[in-house]
Design a protein around this ligand. Structure first.
Ligand SMILES: Cc1cc2nc3c(=O)[nH]c(=O)nc-3n(C[C@H](O)[C@H](O)[C@H](O)COP(=O)(O)OP(=O)(O)OC[C@H]3O[C@@H](n4cnc5c(N)ncnc54)[C@H](O)[C@@H]3O)c2cc1C
Length: 584
């Protein structure tokens, strides 16, 4: 029985586990990641990669961010979200999605230095995993987690080496369960999960076929096919999803969860593809076929003692809104700097309690949103007259009725337009992606009231420096005119103090007090003839504090404290703040 030791053992090399490994190694924390299989994701499940995730990649290094764009389908090719009878058949409606509507695009550009893109999981995982391994992570494939026990000093985990059949024991100070929607770590630790698993059945059919003639003139990631039968189970209708433009595809098709799981063979896969593409002679190169279930469950507690869960282990939901892998990577960004600070003795273990306080509400929010988005296909089916039984002729007649000249047809068209436009909550919900605000002991509001959302918080990002919110992005300039996002001058595993010329005194205080806590705090004055200059005045307009005020930003780019001007005793003030936030 081999005994291996590491500081942090991570179960799973998915987006959650690989990003945690990459972040921990970047912060200089010894870690090991294991996967029961011999390699990473075999199918391109997650793909929509939102701006907040790209900011995490950018924080890992601009080469990591650049690699993601290199392999991704760019945002401009993502957005003509089409609803049709089949790819070759009649188009029923369309909505500009994923930040490609001109108004939405402006919001994206104003919110972040990064771009949404379509990066299949088969590219994202290798990128994160190789970053981790290059920076020091020990990886063990074909190694299956079986069980663990924790004590006051650490966790002893037993795994199966699937190559030799031997059990191995790994001793770590912390254990991260990034082991997906059927998390054995969560189960063994008895972490409370609310909701239901297996509420719908779906199958994935991955294939190659050149479909350019149907799609290249209306580029999109998703083509929704509304046919009788397509609303059975799964995600609500037939989906033809672009993997690589325009010759690799994934069909997602529902099955009735109350029936046995269908066996998807080449004949069935070809039939489904022909039906959804609308070309009875289509030949496909079938790459793989699999089934999965739609879940509606989230953990209300994400850790117990030295064991943490993250990613799908903590939030289990359908792909709607494309939040799964994104949220998994963002979980890691939240947890890893905390682990790093505790392991380096810079923070007390109490800091780790803020992980559940901050991320459990997000888990609930995204699971609720993703499942609600499935339900919101209902009005489209209703408007088309697809909900009153399964007589195909009746359904066809109902769908045709919208093309009439009378008032009933006009009403039907209006209902269809409204139902499609409402899908903005799934396909263009920028607020859900960017508005995460934390409330925990690792954030000090000092009684400052959270600013209310002035627009729909699911749809629109609203910048604020209220403690708990992500630092807003604006462009700053250096003396040579070079551009730097505010997000580029914070993060990187460190706390950062930001102030104006009137608050210059905060810089020395932040450095001194930081050193007392064993921290290398970064501190920047933003102003004329400083390293970062606010030529446009955008920073002054968005910072919410005066020129003499100060913002303290955590390593995960969330503001954790702010003050409007110079304090009477700035040193005592920052000591109080660091002691509270770091649980010292
Ligand atoms: C069709 C589809 C489309 C999707 N689209 C999107 C999208 O556009 N955007 C998005 O953000 N999300 C999307 N998702 C969701 C996304 O795939 C998941 O949310 C994401 O993979 C979760 O990452 P994870 O690392 O938590 O878990 P997983 O990716 O499931 O990884 C779990 C890891 O743990 C390992 N493991 C499990 N058990 C053990 C064990 N006992 N021992 C050792 N290793 C173990 C596995 O081998 C794997 O490496 C989609 C999902 C599907 C099905």
């Amino acid at each position: 029985m081999a005994m291996i030791s590491t500081d942090v053992l991570i179960i799973g090399t998915g987006p959650a586990g690989s990003s945690a490994a990459a972040l921990l190694s970047t912060y200089g924390i010894e870690n090991m990641v294991i996967n029961r299989y011999r390699w990473l994701a075999a199918t391109p499940r997650a793909h929509i990669t939102n701006q907040r995730t790209m900011e995490v990649l950018r924080d890992l290094g601009q080469t990591v961010e650049a690699d993601a764009y290199l392999h991704a389908t760019p945002q401009d090719l993502m957005g003509e979200n089409v609803f049709c009878e089949s790819l070759a058949g009649e188009e029923i409606g369309r909505m500009k999605s994923w930040g490609t509507h001109p108004l939405s695009k402006a919001e994206h550009l104003l919110s972040s230095p990064t771009f949404m893109n379509d990066l299949p999981q088969t590219f994202m995982e290798p990128l994160l995993f190789s970053t981790a391994c290059r920076r020091g992570t020990q990886a063990r494939m074909s190694t299956e987690y079986l069980r663990h026990e924790q004590d006051a000093d650490g966790v002893t985990t037993v795994c199966l080496d699937r190559l030799s059949g031997e059990e191995i024991t790994i001793r770590s100070k912390y254990l991260l369960g990034a082991d997906g929607g059927n998390s054995l770590v969560a189960q063994n630790e008895n972490l409370p999960i609310e909701g239901k698993m297996g509420v719908g059945g779906s199958m994935n059919i991955l294939f190659r076929a050149d479909l350019s003639r149907f799609v290249a003139h209306r580029p999109s990631v998703l083509y929704w096919v509304m046919q009788p039968g397509a609303d059975v189970g799964g995600i609500g209708m037939g989906l033809v999803r672009m993997i690589r433009p325009w010759n690799e595809w994934l069909i997602v098709w529902g099955y009735d969860i109350s029936q046995p799981v269908p066996k998807v063979d080449a004949v069935m896969a070809t039939d489904v593809a022909r039906q959804l593409v609308g070309d009875p002679t289509l030949e496909i190169e079938l790459l793989s076929a699999s089934t999965w279930t739609v879940n509606d469950a989230f953990a209300t507690q994400l850790s117990k003692g030295r064991v943490f869960i993250m990613g799908d282990a903590a939030h289990r939901h359908p792909p709607s809104n494309g939040l799964g892998s994104n949220t998994s990577i963002q979980d890691a960004f939240n947890l890893c700097w905390k682990l790093s600070h505790v392991l380096k003795g810079q923070a007390g273990p109490g800091l780790l309690d803020s992980y559940t306080a901050e991320r459990a509400p997000i888990a609930k929010q995204i699971v609720t949103r993703a499942n609600q988005s499935i339900g919101e296909f209902g009005p489209i089916f209703e408007a088309l007259g697809m909900t009153g039984g399964d007589d195909i002729d009746v359904i066809k007649a109902n769908m045709d009725a919208r093309c009439g000249t009378g008032p009933e047809a006009a009403k039907q068209r209006a209902a269809l337009d409204a139902a499609i436009a409402f899908k903005k909550y799934e396909f263009d919900a920028h607020g859900i992606e960017m508005n995460q605000r934390y409330q925990s002991a690792a954030v000090m509001t000092d009684g400052q009231v959270e600013p209310a959302f002035t627009r729909d918080a699911d749809l629109h990002y609203q910048p604020t420096t209220w403690p708990g919110a992500r630092l807003p992005h604006v462009w700053l300039y250096d003396a040579q005119g070079g551009k730097h996002s505010t997000l580029d001058i914070v993060g990187g595993g460190a706390f950062t103090a930001l102030t104006g010329l009137g608050g210059k005194a905060w810089v020395a205080v932040a450095k001194t007090v930081g050193a007392e806590f064993g921290l290398d705090v970064a501190a920047h004055v933003i102003g004329p003839r400083q390293r970062y200059i606010d030529h446009t005045g955008d920073w002054a307009r968005i910072r919410d504090v005066s020129d003499a005020g100060c913002l303290l930003v955590r390593p995960d780019q969330h503001v954790c404290w702010r003050i409007d001007g110079l304090a009477t005793d700035p040193t005592a003030e920052l000591r109080r703040v660091f002691a509270a936030i770091l649980a010292r």
